[in-house]
Design a protein around this ligand. Structure first.
Ligand SMILES: [Zn+2]
Length: 261
């Protein structure tokens, strides 16, 4: 895909923002929203003279229901390849993973209710089998102007996507811009890894931060923003953060890392 020129579309999903990048000869989707967001993506495309069958790639940041829920349906319906971190399918594997998947769908439903959304379908397939397995630093297939960065902390397979030339960074959950406050995602399973991830993101000097939760941030001092996020990791967790953490430790991948000796 010829790099330089694209238009950014922000689609308001059921819980999270979904970003569609319009190039001259195709579309690139960052995260797929919840499973019920497939029709929102379709509607958005129709209203804006675009076609979902022109999406050339879905790049998935992590397996949570509001990010990965629609990916498999979109792939099946429109034959769109999916790219994600190489370990993405380990997260919800086995009995522990199945339990975690249900907890995560339950928590996503609570977020939707809190946002006064009507109850909609949330359960999705917990195994995605990506068409492209991504590692840290890898260019996106067909969109080599974008680079994946591995930024664990929220899970163990988080990716964000960076466009060096335009200094645009899709951050998924790494900053949640809620009511004017820049908050940590929940859960933070691995604070040390998260601190290192924020350091790496600060070094990019990105100028546009695209967030899954909240409005994009334009800044000429993004290192300062990431330093403030890192500092938040040292604050004691509140009750909600503690509750979310307690029901977020069942993925076998998470357990292996949390309880290693
Ligand atoms: Zn998440």
């Amino acid at each position: 895909m010829d790099s330089s020129s694209f238009t950014i579309h922000k689609i308001e999903g059921y819980i999270a923002n979904i970003y569609l990048f319009q190039y001259d000869n195709g579309l690139l989707l960052f995260d797929s929203g919840c499973i019920n967001d497939v029709r929102r993506i379709e509607e958005y495309c129709r209203r804006n003279g675009l076609s979902p069958s022109d999406i050339k790639l879905i790049a998935v940041s992590h397996m949570h229901p509001d990010h990965c829920g629609g990916a498999k349906v979109l792939r099946e319906k429109y034959n769109i390849p999916v790219a994600a971190h190489r370990d993405v399918d380990l997260w919800y594997s086995g009995i522990g993973g199945s339990l975690q998947h249900k907890f995560d769908c339950y928590m996503a439903r609570n977020v939707a209710r809190h946002n006064r959304r009507k109850c909609e379908k949330m359960l999705f397939d917990r195994v995605i089998k990506p068409d492209f397995l991504l590692d840290d630093g890898q260019r996106l297939p067909g969109f080599s102007d974008w680079q994946a960065m591995y930024v664990p902390g929220h899970t163990l397979h988080d990716l964000v996507f960076y466009h060096h030339e335009k200094r645009v960074l899709y951050l998924a959950d790494l900053i949640c811009n809620i009511k004017g406050k820049k908050l940590l995602p929940m859960p933070i399973l691995f604070p040390d890894k998260m601190a290192y991830s924020y350091d790496r993101l600060a070094a990019l000097h990105a100028s546009t931060l695209l967030l899954a939760h909240g409005n994009p941030i334009e800044s000429d001092d993004s290192p300062e923003i990431f330093a403030a996020m890192k500092a938040q990791l040292n604050r004691p967790p509140n009750n909600l953060m503690r509750r979310v953490y307690r029901i977020s430790v069942y993925s076998p991948e998470a357990r292996r890392e949390l309880f290693k000796t």
